[in-house]
Design a protein around this ligand. Structure first.
Ligand code: HEM
Length: 509
């Protein structure tokens, strides 16, 4: 009897194995020969599995797939099949066109945007319709007028940074601007979203450990993309085990706990107290907004969105400020010209104008534009899916339901538009060609998913950049070389190396 049972279970296992092999084989044949993208050029292995991307982003290398796309385009041309259901296009002329198909209902590509494990947030929302209402609730707080009303907070945090810099300079200590700028942007965005500042700028380590926690999430993002359930597994794992096996994941979960706590405190704040504040508090307003149905205003969704908007707003802008400062300080002629313009325009450095005035200074304006171009921000391809109709690219018709996208990197660093793209050169924005080039300044994306925080980011770049350069004209780089300030990882945002012993961008006075 037991021999019969074991022979039966052996046969069942064999059958299951045969079934699995047939399934995998049939899937592979389908993807290679019958899939709607089967005729598109690209490596066969990419057509077979998303782990081709995983190899470059997680398994063997870290955050390198975006850079690998350049090699693929060299070999296969401007459109390449980069995954079983996705193509990437490298053509700056086509960027605006694919992101601004106004009449079409365009979704984000679920596989790609699952990377942070938070589909309830606005940024990774997949469906066009859901996104539309989430965006409508947020947008009024990021309009030009709203950001202008919020600017006293931006200036106050910039002043706090300058005061801490003064103390460090008086003690002849180096200032780790890499962390300081990120601490500053966290303090600003948290104040706006949650009405609370974690005061990162006051911390003795200038926010290094705080940044480390977020960096943990970004470094995990390629793995989450391949195995979307992995975050849930981390959440179930006991803390002690996670600490021993995956400390980065533990930092990520602690970050979530912190933004959950800020959201809970904010939502429990009585209306009378909220209305007394000189500034609006975005998440409180969204929680009471008519633009969203009740199920979109739950504590959990708001907390997830708050966490995600903070992530979207602080690293990008802190990174841009770092690019700006390195670009300016590494070139004495650029630094001298900017100092001169700011000295002429701002006689008293303790009384700084707002961003609307600063934007009109021609050289500062060129410096900010060059920062946004050279710094890029989002290196990730902005993958989209047109669920109702095919999308034409030249002779190619990308079938509906298939994903397509383009990384802003391949527009902003296109050599035919911006020769020597790695060079920080504000002159590009002062020549006769500048107006034409603005069309290609796509750092904030384009179309309905354009960065909602664009006005706030711009205000921060002008206000903080101008304050630091105007108030500290003798600032110089300290133990910082080009290898410290190069985006060598793509975790959606382009990121610099972050290792023990490397402080990124440092300055002294
Ligand atoms: C210079 C700094 C910034 C850059 C370069 C940048 C870049 C981008 C890009 C390219 C997108 C589109 C992503 C896509 O299509 O998948 C985006 C979306 C977004 N950004 Fe930014 N961003 C910056 C600053 C900010 C700030 C300060 C905030 C808010 C505090 C913010 C919040 C968001 C949000 C919520 C979205 C999703 C918008 C939507 O889907 O409606 N960003 N950003």
């Amino acid at each position: 009897m037991s021999a019969l049972a074991s022979s039966l279970s052996g046969s069942a296992a064999l059958l299951a194995l045969a079934g699995l092999v047939t399934y995998v084989f049939a899937g592979a044949v389908y993807r290679l020969y019958f899939h709607p993208l089967a005729k598109f050029p690209g490596p066969k292995i990419a057509a077979l599995t998303t782990w081709y991307e995983g190899w470059y982003d997680y398994l063997w290398l870290q955050g390198k797939f975006t850079f690998h796309l350049a090699d693929l385009h060299k070999k296969y041309g401007p459109i390449v099949r980069i995954g079983p259901n996705e193509v990437h296009i490298k053509d700056p002329e086509f960027f605006s066109q694919i992101y601004t198909m106004s009449s079409a209902k365009i979704d984000k590509y679920e596989y790609y945007y699952s990377m942070l494990g938070n589909p309830e947030a606005t940024f990774p929302t997949i469906a066009h319709e859901t996104h539309k209402s989430r965006r409508a609730a947020l947008a009024p707080f990021f309009s030009t007028a709203a950001v202008l009303r919020f600017q006293p907070v931006v200036q106050r945090v910039a002043d706090r940074l300058c005061s801490r810099m003064r103390t460090a300079l008086a003690a002849d200590e180096p200032i780790p601007l890499f962390f300081a700028f990120r601490g500053l942007t966290v303090d600003i965005v948290s104040e706006y979203l949650f009405g609370a500042s974690p005061d990162i700028l006051e911390r003795p380590d200038w926010g290094r450990s705080f940044y480390g926690a977020w960096r943990g999430l970004w470094e995990l993002s390629p793995l989450i993309r391949q195995i979307p359930g992995i975050l849930a597994v981390f959440r179930w794992t006991p803390r002690w085990l996670l600490k021993a096996t995956n400390p980065k994941a533990l930092e990520v979960l602690d970050m979530e706990t912190q933004t959950d706590a800020w959201t809970a405190r904010l939502l429990a704040t009585p209306e009378a107290e909220i209305k007394k504040r000189p500034q609006r508090t975005v998440l409180w307003e969204v929680a009471h907004s008519n633009a969203l149905p009740a199920e979109e205003r739950t504590f959990k969704r708001l907390a997830v969105d708050g966490n995600n908007i903070l992530a979207a707003g602080f690293e990008t802008t802190g990174n841009m400020l770092s690019h700006m400062m390195y670009g300016v300080l590494s070139q004495p002629a650029v630094h001298a010209r900017l100092c001169k313009e700011l000295e002429n325009a701002i006689p008293d450095p303790e009384s700084m104008p707002n961003s609307q005035v600063l934007e009109k200074l021609p050289y500062l304006n060129a410096v900010v534009k060059e920062t946004l171009r050279q710094g890029v921000g989002a290196f990730g391809r902005l993958s989209r899916v047109n669920r109702s109709s095919a999308v034409r690219y030249g002779d190619w018709l990308i079938p509906s339901g298939c994903a397509y996208g383009m990384s802003p990197l391949y527009v902003l660093w296109d050599e035919t538009l911006f020769p020597d793209p790695g060079k920080f050169d504000p002159e590009r924005w002062l020549g006769a060609d500048a107006k034409r080039l603005e069309h290609y300044l796509v750092s904030f994306g384009r179309g309905p998913r354009l960065c909602v925080g664009m006005n706030l980011a711009n205000a921060e770049l002008y206000v903080v950049g101008a304050a630091v350069v105007r108030r500290f004209p003798t600032l110089r780089l300290w133990e910082t070389g080009p290898e410290d300030v190069k985006a060598i990882y793509d975790y959606f945002g382009g990121m610099w190396r972050f290792e023990e012993g490397s402080d990124g961008l440092q300055v002294k006075g």
